[in-house]
Design a binder for this molecule. Structure first.
Ligand code: NAD
Ligand code: ZN
Length: 350
C-alpha cells in the first residue's frame, strides 16, 4: 500500500510500504477513506517529537471502512464505516475505566501515556491502518454523517471540548476566552455553547481565523497583536476578567495571556502542546485563586459529540477548507503548512 512515511526531520514521502496485518485478536484493519493533517504532524516533521522514529506512518485522524477483523472482535464487521480515535485504548484497564483513555495501561509491550496513531504506532495517512483494541478505538458511523464531518471527531472536536471546555469547567452564562482560533480553538469555541457559555471571545493574531471564529459561534473577537488586546477583553467583562480562558496555541506567551485575562477564582485550561518546560508564576495565580488544568485528549466524549454532529448541532463540516486525493498528499501538506497564506483550516484527503 501507499503511506505518508516520516523520514527524519524535514523528510517525508508518499511511498510503498507493506500492508498492515492483524497482530492481536482485538485488531481491526481499516481501509482509509478520508484523513487529514494536524499541526502535530508538522511538529513531528520538524523533529520536535523525538519519540517518533524514522519509518513511522504519520496521521492520527481518519474515517474508513473495515476490511478485516481479529478473532476476538465483536460488534464491528467488514464493510462497517468507522471513525478512528486518535488514541488507541483498551477500554478495560483502571485508567480506561476512569475515562483516561490517553493513559491506557493496555498490553502489547508498550506502557504509559499517549498511544497516539502516527506517534508510537503507525498512523492513518495511509491506504490501510491497523487499529488495536478496535472495539474501544473505533466508532461506528451512522448514515447521514459525512466522512468530512466525521474526521473532525478523531481529534480536534474531542480535544477542544474535553481539555478546553470540560476541564475549564464552563458553566451556563460564563464568559469564555479562547486564545488561538486554529482547528482546536475553534472546536473549543463551538462546543463552549454546549454548556451555555454566554460570551465567547476568540483571540488570534490572524484576522482570517477571527472571521472563522465568528462562524463557529464566537460572540466577540480580539486581534491579539493589537496593543490594547487585554483592555478589549476586560471591557467585555466590566473589567473583571473572563470566567474561563482556554489556551489553544501551545506557546508560553499565550499561556501568560490566559492568566492575564482570567477573573479571580476563574480557570485556565491549557490545551496547547508546549513541547518544552514553561515558567509558571505560581505567586500571581495563587493570589488570584486561579485553577489551571491541562492534559492529553481522551476521546471518551467522541460518541456523544458524534450524536450532536449527526443532529446538526455541531457543524463539523465547516472545518474543511481544502480537498485533495491520496496522490496529492504532498500538495495537501504544502497547503496546510502555509495556512496563513492559503487560509487552510483542515485539509481533507480522500
Ligand atoms: P494551529 O497552529 O492550527 O492554530 C493555532 C492558532 O493560534 C493559529 O490560528 C494562530 O494564528 C494562533 N496564534 C499563534 N500565536 C498566537 C498568539 N500569540 N496569540 C493568539 N493567537 C495566536 O493549532 P491547532 O491544530 O488548532 O492546535 C492548537 C494546539 O493544541 C497545538 O499546540 C496542538 O499541538 C494542541 N493539541 C493538543 C491536544 C491535546 O491533547 N491537549 C490535542 C491536539 C492538539
Ligand atoms: Zn486501557
Amino acid at each position: 500500500m501507499k503511506a505518508l512515511v516520516y523520514g527524519g526531520p524535514g523528510n517525508k514521502s508518499w511511498t510503498d510500504v507493506p500492508d498492515p496485518r492483524i497482530q492481536q485478536p482485538g485488531d481491526v484493519i481499516v481501509k482509509i477513506d478520508t484523513t487529514t493533517i494536524c499541526g502535530t504532524d508538522l511538529h513531528i516533521l520538524k523533529g520536535d517529537v523525538p519519540a517518533v522514529e524514522k519509518g513511522r506512518i504519520l496521521g492520527h485522524e481518519g474515517v474508513g471502512t473495515i476490511v478485516e477483523t481479529g478473532p476476538s472482535v465483536t460488534g464491528l464487521n467488514v464493510n462497517d464505516r468507522v471513525i478512528i480515535s486518535c488514541i488507541k485504548s483498551c477500554g478495560h484497564c483502571a485508567n480506561c475505566k476512569a475515562g483516561l483513555y490517553s493513559h491506557c495501561l493496555g498490553g502489547e509491550g508498550q506502557e504509559g501515556t499517549g498511544w497516539i496513531f502516527g506517534h508510537l504506532i503507525d498512523g492513518t495517512q495511509a491506504e490501510y491502518v491497523r487499529v488495536p483494541y478496535a472495539e474501544n478505538s473505533l466508532h461506528l458511523l451512522p448514515a447521514g454523517v459525512s466522512d468530512e464531518q466525521a474526521v473532525m471527531l478523531s481529534d480536534i472536536l474531542p480535544t477542544g471540548f474535553e481539555i478546553g471546555v470540560q476541564y475549564g469547567r464552563v458553566k451556563p452564562g460564563d464568559t469564555v476566552a479562547v486564545v488561538g482560533a486554529g482547528p482546536v480553538g475553534l472546536a473549543a469555541i463551538t462546543t463552549a455553547g454546549l454548556y451555555g457559555a454566554a460570551t465567547v471571545v476568540a483571540i488570534d493574531l490572524d484576522a482570517n481565523r477571527l472571521e472563522k471564529a465568528k462562524e463557529f459561534g464566537a460572540t466577540d473577537t480580539v486581534l491579539s497583536g493589537s496593543r490594547d488586546w487585554k483592555e478589549q477583553v476586560l471591557a467585555l467583562t466590566g473589567g473583571q476578567g473572563v470566567d474561563v480562558a482556554i489556551e489553544a496555541v501551545g506557546v508560553p506567551a499565550t499561556f501568560g495571556m490566559c492568566t492575564d485575562i482570567v477573573r479571580p477564582g476563574g480557570s485556565v485550561a491549557n490545551v496547547g502542546v508546549h513541547g518544552k518546560p514553561v515558567e509558571l508564576h505560581l505567586e500571581n495565580l495563587w493570589i488570584q485563586n486561579i485553577s489551571i488544568s491541562m492534559g492529553l485528549v481522551n476521546t471518551n466524549t467522541t460518541p456523544m459529540l458524534l450524536k450532536l454532529v449527526a443532529q446538526g448541532k455541531i457543524r463539523a463540516e465547516k472545518f474543511a477548507t481544502h480537498h485533495f486525493g491520496f496522490d496529492q498528499f504532498l500538495d495537501a501538506y504544502d497547503t496546510f503548512s502555509r495556512a496563513a497564506e492559503t487560509k487552510a483550516l483542515k485539509v481533507i484527503i480522500t
